[in-house]
Design a protein around this ligand. Structure first.
Ligand code: ADP
Ligand code: MG
Length: 611
């Protein structure tokens, strides 16, 4: 339960609304117990009018408002018929008032819970964004989404309905029991005896239901994942003609789900009969004992009726004890899961007074080593490199040699295990993260574009949508302008799930345009031309000097661009620099670079001969 204390700040924030809500609950329940009292009065009145009626021995006690009503109605000397009519209208009126108050009770408390839900989602969303790459590597997107949606809804079931029912049941039970005790302590105790049993039964049934629903929930999530994978992998399934196998798989999952859902329905079926049984027993006791008493004292006839109404009024709150308790339990479990993430601190943070000036200048990797925290893979091993401001550097190396890791360390997605990285004599740890990342454009290996227009995707890194000419210029430099014009709505074409499907190469070039338009001080192309043909690739690299004249550029690739005069070429092998120098020096070196170059020449030769 202590996990739920994280919600106190929200209850405090909405305290006025909450307090007024509580007042509505209390007053609505007060009007709930007005009706049985007046009914009891009316029944007694009728009883008195019957021929041969015994006079009442005791005078029934009512609460103040009802007493006042009875006295007033009797003092004005109305006919019997009128008294009955006015009493019935008063019962109706109190029901209407109760209804109105209940409406406001929901308006305040349930609306409060919606506000809390919204605030909580915002808090989680903001927090998720601050967490670093490592967090996202160890937690699946599904899990993150689930916590933000499912768990938050469960917590809302606590801040809204559970809290409301809890206050409601406490006050309604309180009002009923006080009124009953006031009238007949002995009868009250007898009548209420089966109710705790009812509460316990319902609590137990509820626990079973909860366990089963959890199971069903996870089976459902499996089923959804199963279906989702089928649809996203439909081409693979079709090409391998595996439809039947997939159907079998789905059927097996569905079968399991059905079995559990049927089991749940069976347990739920016990719910209402057990409630009806207990209520029946209480009613029976009332009528039996009350009946015996009524033989002595005719005012007890009204009491029997009044008690039966109380029992019916109590049915709902008593049965709500069980599910309110389980709602609170579930909310506590969910809040625990939320707290787990909310209390996770990002590893990569700003120092106390970070540098916020524009970052530019020489980049120095000073003897850095890096081991991935959760796998223990050492991606960089005592790596040193210095790049001068404005240099264009080519970084080559086999897959897995550590090239992407190097780029990610530069952006502080991770911090090096050993050594430091400097930009313009400043350790990047001292530079404000936002400033650092604003000044570096990182074009990632696996492109991600948003389901939005081409223009909005390209101007993503800017504060507002860029001017048309700038967007077009960036697209021209990344050699994708002509293709964009070919789309049905040009730059306003939607891409991604809701729009056109782009080829791998088009996606890569749009992501390059997105990086260029930022006019960063440093740009890193991480193997982002792999799906582009050699000619276009050369064209883009050729544009570098024009677009990024003063800027530093690191081009990570598996292909050699002999036509472009790189200031420095680095060959990375197992996280270490194995070759470094200009094209000529590396060719003379006769290592990996020279080998790759020769290989590429033969490939090119073959391509041309094929033409
Ligand atoms: P490259 O970009 O040169 O292909 P990477 O920098 O991506 O190489 O990877 C270097 C090494 O680090 C590889 O052995 C790879 O398996 C490992 N690696 C890369 N990314 C991660 C990660 N997120 N978690 C754990 N290990 C990783
Ligand atoms: Mg890579």
């Amino acid at each position: 339960m202590k996990h739920l204390s994280a919600l106190n700040k929200y209850f405090w924030k909405y305290r006025y609304r909450f307090f007024i809500g509580i007042l509505f609950v209390i007053s609505s329940n007060y009007f709930a117990v007005v009706a049985p009292q007046i009914t009891g009065f009316v029944v007694n009145l009728v009883q008195q009018h019957l021929p041969g009626a015994k006079p009442s021995v005791s005078k029934p006690v009512h609460d103040k408002l009802v007493d006042w009503f009875i006295q007033t109605i009797q003092s004005v000397n109305l006919s019997f018929g009128w008294i009955i009519t006015i009493s019935c209208l008063t019962i109706l009126l109190s029901a209407i008032i109760r209804g109105i108050l209940m409406f406001f009770m929901r308006q305040t408390i349930i609306v409060m819970s919606r506000h809390i839900e919204f605030d909580q989602k915002k808090e989680i969303y903001r927090h998720y964004q601050q967490l670093d790459t490592h967090f996202y590597k160890v937690h699946s997107t599904g899990d993150l989404m689930n916590r933000m949606t499912e768990d938050v809804s469960r917590v809302r079931m606590f801040t809204g309905p559970a809290v409301m029912y809890l206050i409601n049941l406490v006050t309604l039970i309180g009002f009923c029991v006080v009124n009953m005790l006031r009238k007949d302590v002995h009868l009250t105790l007898l009548v209420l005896a089966p109710l705790p049993l009812l509460a316990i039964t319902i609590y137990l049934v509820n626990s079973v239901i909860n366990k089963k629903s959890e199971k069903i929930q996870s089976l459902l999530s499996d089923l959804t994942t199963n279906a989702q994978e089928t649809y996203s992998g439909i081409r693979v399934i079709k090409s391998f003609a595996q439809e039947k196998a997939m159907l079998g798989f789905f059927r097996k999952n569905s079968e399991e789900y059905k079995k559990n859902a049927v089991g749940l329905a069976k347990v739920e079926a016990i719910y209402f009969p057990s409630m009806a049984l207990m209520i029946g027993i209480s009613t029976l006791i009332t009528i039996m004992i009350g009946g015996i008493q009524a033989l002595e004292d005719s005012s007890k006839v009204g009491l029997i009726v009044e008690f039966v109404i109380y029992i019916n009024l109590l049915t709902f709150p008593v049965s709500a004890i069980g599910w309110t308790a389980s709602m609170i339990q579930r909310a506590a479990a969910s809040q625990k899961r939320l707290n787990e993430f909310l209390q996770t601190k990002p590893n990569i943070t700003n120092i106390a007074n970070p540098v916020t000036a524009k970052v530019s200048g020489d980049i120095v990797f000073d003897n850095i080593s890096f081991t991935y925290p959760h796998t223990g893979i050492t991606a960089l091993d005592h790596f040193s490199l210095s790049i001068q401001k404005g240099d264009k550097v080519l970084l080559l190396g086999r897959t897995g040699s550590g090239k992407s890791t190097l780029a990610q360390l530069l952006l502080r997605f991770y911090d090096p295990t050993k050594g430091s990285i400097y930009i313009g004599d400043q350790d990047i740890k001292n530079i404000e993260l936002k400033t650092l990342r604003e000044q570096i454009s990182y074009v990632q290996q696996d492109v991600f574009l948003f389901s939005d227009t081409v223009t909005n995707n390209i101007s993503f890194g800017l504060a507002k949508t860029a001017k048309k000419e700038l967007v077009e210029q960036a697209a021209i430099f990344s050699s994708v302008h002509k293709e964009i014009l070919g789309f049905s709505e040009g730059y306003d074409t939607m891409i991604g799930e809701r729009g056109v499907t782009l080829s791998g190469g088009q996606k890569q070039r749009i992501s390059i345009a997105r990086a260029l338009i930022k006019e960063p001080e440093i740009i890193v192309f991480d193997d982002c031309l792999s799906a582009v043909d050699a000619k276009t690739e050369n064209e883009i690299i050729g544009n570098l000097n024009r677009y990024l004249h003063e800027k530093t550029a690191i081009v990570i690739t598996h292909r050699i661009f002999s036509s472009f005069p790189f200031d420095k070429i680095i060959v990375l092998e197992n996280g270490k620099v194995s070759e470094e120098g200009s094209h000529a020096t590396l060719m003379a070196n006769n290592g990996y670079y020279a080998e790759l170059y020769r290989l590429q020449l033969t490939e090119l030769g073959q391509e041309t001969s094929l033409d």
